[in-house]
Design a protein around this ligand. Structure first.
Ligand code: SF4
Length: 236
């Protein structure tokens, strides 16, 4: 009878090769330096969507999905001149609203949502825009990004709406690297010091829209060029 072999000692498997998790976020000091630079160049950044009260801001943001701010403003100027409250918008009716916004992409769905959300504001919120994410996201046509914009601009809350520009800039500058908008938003919540929180959204949008463009970033005109180590940086 063959001698029983003692069981082999359990060997630790070789430590797995760790895949890099993506670009390393910047240090707190580096992020502060970036926002100090943005603030020095534009102390009071403003959104470019026109509105006259929280309600018209909400409607403008709903209309702005996949459309330019300039295109939305062109349509909303005459619309808000006659309907700057949910009551007046509902009285106008979906057909008329559709006519006002027909130059904007997806105008049929958007006009429908504007009427539905106005009705819901009247029925559930006394005609006022609620200052809560949950309530905003229950309104037709309102998603996380729209809620973030409204909470930030109408109610002064520190929120980070991540659109295509914010997504690109937050990744390029390694402020909040992420694979999707929610990851970037969570990263910004952690990374942006409170004192810059209210304006961060606009600084990043404006930077992405006019300077750190998707295809040809205008690095020669960039206020943070010396702090940027992006592979997309174009050296003159
Ligand atoms: S240097 Fe170029 S890539 Fe870097 S942040 Fe500025 S515009 Fe964007």
């Amino acid at each position: 009878m063959p001698a029983r072999q003692s069981p082999k000692p359990a060997t630790k498997s070789a430590s797995p090769v760790r895949k890099p998790k993506g670009p390393k976020p910047r240090s707190a000091a580096e992020i502060r330096a970036l926002f100090e630079r943005f603030r020095a160049h534009n102390p009071e950044p403003k959104g470019e969507l026109e509105s006259v009260n929280p309600y018209t801001l909400l409607v403008a943001v709903v209309l702005s999905a996949q459309a330019t701010d300039a295109g939305v403003n062109k349509a909303t100027r005459p619309l808000f001149a006659v309907a700057e409250t949910p009551q007046k918008m509902v009285a106008l009716g979906e057909d008329v609203v559709r006519d006002y916004v027909k130059s904007i992409g997806l105008f049929r769905t958007k006009a429908k949502n504007v009427i539905l959300l106005s009705q819901q504001l009247i029925a559930e919120h006394g005609g006022e825009v609620p200052a809560s994410r949950d309530a905003l996201e229950k309104l037709p046509g309102v998603g996380r990004k729209t809620a973030n914009v409204v909470l930030n601009m109408a109610f002064g809350q520190i929120t980070h709406a991540v659109d295509t520009h914010v997504f690109r800039v937050a990744n390029r500058l390694r402020i909040a690297p992420g694979k999707n908008p929610l990851e970037v938003e969570r990263g910004l919540e952690k990374a942006v010091p409170d004192e810059f929180g209210h304006h961060a959204h606009h600084w990043l949008i404006l930077h992405g829209r006019y300077t750190c463009k998707a295809v040809k970033p205008v690095c020669g005109n960039c206020v943070v060029a010396d702090l940027c180590d992006s592979a997309d940086k174009r050296v003159a």
